[in-house]
Design a protein around this ligand. Sequence first.
Ligand code: M6R
Length: 608
Amino acid sequence: MCGIVGYAGSQNAAEILLDGLKKLEYRGYDSAGIAVMNNKHISVNKVTGRIENLCEITENGRSVIGKIGIGHTRWATHGSPTDINAHPHMSNSGKFAVVHNGIIENYIALKQELINKGFNFESETDTEVIAHLLEMYYTDDIKKAFYKAVSRLEGSYAIGVISTDEPDKIFLARQSSPLILGVGMGENYFASDVTALVAYTKNIIYMDDGEFAELTPDYIKVFDWAGHPVEKPINRITWDIQAAEKGGYDHFMLKEIIEQPAAVRAAICPRIKNEKICFDDSGIDKSTFTGVEKIIITACGSAYYAGCCGKYIIEKLCGIPVETELASELRYRNPIIDENTLLIVLSQSGETADTIAAMRECKNRGAKTLAIVNVVGSTIAKAADYTIYTLAGPEIAVATTKGYTTQLAVLYLFSVYFAKEKMLLNDEEYHRLLTELKDLPKYVEEAIDMNFNISELAKKYCNTNSIFFIGRNTDYAVALEGALKMKEISYIHAEAYAAGELKHGTIALIDENQPVVALCCNEQIIEKTVSNIVEVKARSARVIGVSFKNNEKILTVADDIIFVPRVDGLFAPIVEVVPLQLLAYYIAKEKGCDIDMPKNLAKSVTVE
Ligand code: M6R
């Protein structure tokens, strides 16, 4: 989705803005633009397509002179991706330039009001109303006009404004869209996320909803909704720019797949101290989950599929009913929730609009909320009663990999912790599970090493039009994620099916052109899945079996085999998903797809 960035300092702003925009490319966009202040004049450059186009028309920013500016990558919502609809948008007099991330829900009424008052609209965007509202309310105090303009907006926004009348300032406001401030020496920054700023500063202020800010080269001031100053802590980022760069890999996705053992280690190991799981970094203690009678897990996309694995794991270990529901469905339902319900919210970005809305709805109904989130300081992380960070580091590829596996890692930790608190594990079993948990990074590494030559298999299957992923129990939950990975980056139709359901309709689609990936890592029900393999083979399907090393049963029935290390069945999902990520990656590579930025997709889905 859209990304915004801004700079006020002593360097040439355009070059820094373009660099920041490039770092935000991964969020997904279709046009981009910058506005730079020069001698009380704002020069705007904006184009459709890649940031490269913007670099080209500005000689990499060198031809745009000025030390204060704002920039934007647009993912079209209101109006098609054209140069005119690209941000920044100007007020009619040319006094104000605006960039905006989010959606102004009441823009039609505002637009009509402004047109009636004589304002001319150039674009089809919702954002342009902000520029004209500023002009309408401005007499001699921009801050006042900004407050008034923002008070008219309904919806979500992170807004950056520059004005020729106060040419050394940037005005900012945040509501339900990410916005962070970067603190430098004689220069300051803002952006939608840390990746755009980490090359320049590691000192970050996270703005909260309802806050405004004024940013100049010399200071950053944050205000609340009433205009009172707010003291904000400065947070130190612990990772550096290399973490957000490809580092020699062809794609971020591959780099992030390879990073999974380290990411899983970072999520698990610091939380096992003296042979005990502790979440002291999350404020969770013995009494936190007392009285919990039901758990609901909600999320979107892959995070939801991690939650589907979580359901099996928590119910097995903790003996407590778990429901999983897509956030986009949960938010519009009338869920039965009370103070004995624990809502677990999963999100890599912490900014997914539907997930935020579902969480707020459940919180209002009395649920305790536990967020499992990667991005520090994100909306979900802040809004939850308790937050466990997945500590995966920046994830740039749109298709999540280490984001997903670290969510699983934290769900495992949580389940073992909760089961122990509920006195459902004796010491021996607890220590056995702790040992398994500590070994997970090693198993994930083995799963990568064992599938080094999966690119050969990818060559064999890359021309298919459709792939089925089947499995039972946790294997089915992982099949859902395997199918999503395949769809989103290779554009091959893929469908996950509970293996036992095939006979109830879907088997009609099986023929020699229909490859089936059969997940068989859950030992309790392998026999049953093997029977389903035999059934699809009888209809001439080609079967890729996924199972642990040397599983004879699979060897005899599948056409091709993907092996993963043998682990306790409960932990199978975190290893069996790895070859599925690699298979999707190499098939997409064979097909020449844009792996890190698949068409129509955005990394962080900040609109409904
Ligand atoms: O940031 P989140 O984890 O909340 O994002 C949820 C989904 O949008 C995300 O997992 C999406 O499905 C990924 N592109 C899948 O790879």
